[in-house]
Design a protein around this ligand. Structure first.
Ligand SMILES: Cc1cc2nc3c(=O)[nH]c(=O)nc-3n(C[C@H](O)[C@H](O)[C@H](O)COP(=O)(O)OP(=O)(O)OC[C@H]3O[C@@H](n4cnc5c(N)ncnc54)[C@H](O)[C@@H]3O)c2cc1C
Ligand code: SF4
Length: 509
């Protein structure tokens, strides 16, 4: 019997030729469907660069599929018959008895839509990840706390990366203690490769400008990698120039540089242009060739097979209601400064301006500037989540949500983070050069001109003392607060209340 023609659906973050859905098809018989749809482009107000990146990468991947012999039905956003949603497009391109092959979508929302389709849909496991939902669930079973470090060790053993038999190379699993250096004066990092728009990207830029030009974020200049070849150039650059110092300056921040030694690979990996394992194997090979120290190679590999895989495990293990968690009961609205309305805080102002310009900020900027400030002032975690999901070029819910809601906002009550990531201005001053050019004084805790992070930090600890006072990792800091002179404490709290009142009144801080 001749098998019926199938529809193979390739979603915008599944741009890998090495795909189990494609492997289940036959180019001589089956069609591939790829669709730019309004529903996906508007469920949050995405940064224009992010929309352009995804559409341009999709169009070029469709060309690659055609070159490989596939017939591709490609729906452009402006096609008059565009159904506007992924489900609608699948229905439009299939009939009731067409089997549909697709890699399991990486978001609960899209999964639910595709599961509800009146079609025979075969969902394939996403083999681009090192782990999978069942393995994470088995690891999590019966554990009191789901700490990344232990999951990471499982992934090291599974992949064999930086392993010497059953032991970690170098005798330790983690060299993070060596990875907290601030930047030496005058250090410069070589410029990243840039990929100016070709004709395909140029068309997409016109489309995005016309349809989403009002969204927060600069569309141009657009120099992102939109093909696997370009992503490989980014990877080569990182391994050669930045990996050797990646560990050292991983946590450092500066107003002088955009990317420091960071790889800028997250968007390429998340889209499927690069596989996480190949990226890690390149870092491991650089270490074995004597071109990168162990603290750098291990630190980088841990981000990917540790943090990235763990975060995905958290997303799927916590279920679709995770997004509604708000364990600290925070309800404040997201201040307009997050959308570029301006702030006198040099650190947050820089992170937001950089985000608007590039759609990128590195991990510590996301966690300890914009995230830290949102947590200290008590912003509704869902609003914080929607902001991060909108503004970063690498933001897909499976990876953004646990990072924002769990790691950054402690809204899941400690599933991801054993204690909240909060700091006063002292940490920001130690790890960056922002404070030197700031209107506020990082050394002052209260009164006009005092760094807002200082009073807000104590205000956060004071108002959440019932929750965190008994946390063993926070004991010393609470003892410091208790020992402080009561008048001093009152002045600090008053200062913080003043900042919160200004935020609530929509005033600039
Ligand atoms: C509040 C918040 C929101 C975040 N949102 C996203 C997001 O939407 N998408 C996203 O990919 N990452 C997100 N992250 C994680 C991390 O900040 C980015 O992966 C990283 O900044 C990307 O830049 P890079 O490629 O230069 O990373 P590098 O510093 O070069 O790190 C190497 C790689 O490790 C991986 N990685 C590192 N940390 C994490 C992490 N915590 N979770 C998952 N992968 C990690 C990424 O693939 C990254 O490319 C978020 C972090 C925070 C604190
Ligand atoms: S003084 Fe405070 S607000 Fe200003 S840059 Fe430093 S930490 Fe940020």
């Amino acid at each position: 019997m001749v098998n019926p023609a199938q529809l193979i659906v390739v979603l915008g973050d599944q741009l890998s030729l090495d795909s189990p859905a494609l492997a289940a098809g036959d180019p001589a018989r089956d069609r591939v469907l790829m669709a730019e749809v309004l529903g996906e482009a508007t469920y949050v107000p995405h940064h224009p660069k992010k929309i352009a990146l995804i559409f341009a990468a999709m169009r070029k991947f469709a060309d690659q599929l055609r070159e490989a012999g596939w017939q591709v039905d490609y729906t452009c956003l402006d096609d008059p018959d565009n159904a506007g949603s992924l489900a609608g497009e699948i229905l439009r391109h299939s009939v009731a008895d067409t089997p549909v092959q697709v890699i399991e979508p990486s978001e609960w929302r899209v999964r639910a839509d595709l599961r509800a389709l009146p079609r025979d849909v075969v969902f394939h496991t996403d083999t681009r990840f090192i782990s999978n939902v069942a393995e994470f669930a088995a690891w999590a079973e019966g554990r009191k706390a789901l700490r990344m470090e232990y999951f990471y060790r499982l992934m090291r053993r599974k992949t064999g990366l930086l392993m010497d038999g059953d032991a970690p190379v170098g005798g330790a699993w983690n060299f993070d203690a060596e990875n907290r250096k601030s930047l030496p004066k005058g250090i410069k990092f070589p410029a990243l490769p840039e990929f100016p728009p070709d004709a395909v990207t140029a068309d997409v830029l016109y489309l995005v400008e016309a349809r989403f030009g009002q969204n927060f974020g600069d569309l141009r200049p657009f120099n992102l990698a939109t093909t696997r070849d370009q992503a490989l150039q980014l990877l080569d650059h990182f391994i050669r120039f930045n990996l050797p110092v990646f560990g050292d300056y991983q946590d450092a921040m500066t107003g002088r540089e955009l990317y420091l030694a960071h790889s800028l690979l997250s968007y390429a990996i998340n889209l499927g242009l690069l596989s996480p394992i190949e990226v890690c194997q390149r870092a491991e090979a650089a270490f074995h060739a004597g071109k990168a120290p162990l603290n750098a190679a291990e630190g980088f590999i841990r981000q990917i097979i540790g943090w990235r895989e763990y975060i995905r495990g958290i997303y799927f293990s916590q279920g679709p209601d995770y997004v509604a968690q708000n364990q600290l009961g925070h309800t404040r609205a997201l201040p307009p400064l997050y959308w570029g309305a301006g702030t006198d805080m040099a650190c947050v102002g820089h992170a937001v301006a950089q985000t608007r310009r590039t759609g990128y900020a590195h991990h510590i900027q996301r966690l300890m500037l914009t995230g830290n400030f949102a947590l200290l002032v008590g912003i509704d975690p869902r609003a914080v989540h929607e902001w991060y999901l909108s503004v970063y070029i690498d933001a897909f819910e499976w990876v953004e949500l646990p990072n924002t809601l769990g790691m950054s906002q402690w809204a899941d009550g400690g599933v991801v983070a054993s204690k909240p990531y909060v700091s006063s201005g002292a940490y920001i001053n130690r790890m960056s050069d922002y404070c030197k050019g700031c209107a506020y004084d990082v050394k002052t805790r209260d009164g006009a001109g005092a760094c807002p992070f200082n009073s807000l930090y104590w205000h956060f600890l004071d108002r959440h003392q019932d929750r965190f006072g008994q946390n063993p990792r926070m004991g010393p800091i609470y003892r410091q607060w208790q020992k402080m002179d009561p008048d001093r404490r009152a002045a600090i709290l008053r200062s913080a209340e003043g900042i919160l009142a200004k935020l609530d009144a929509g005033e600039r801080v």
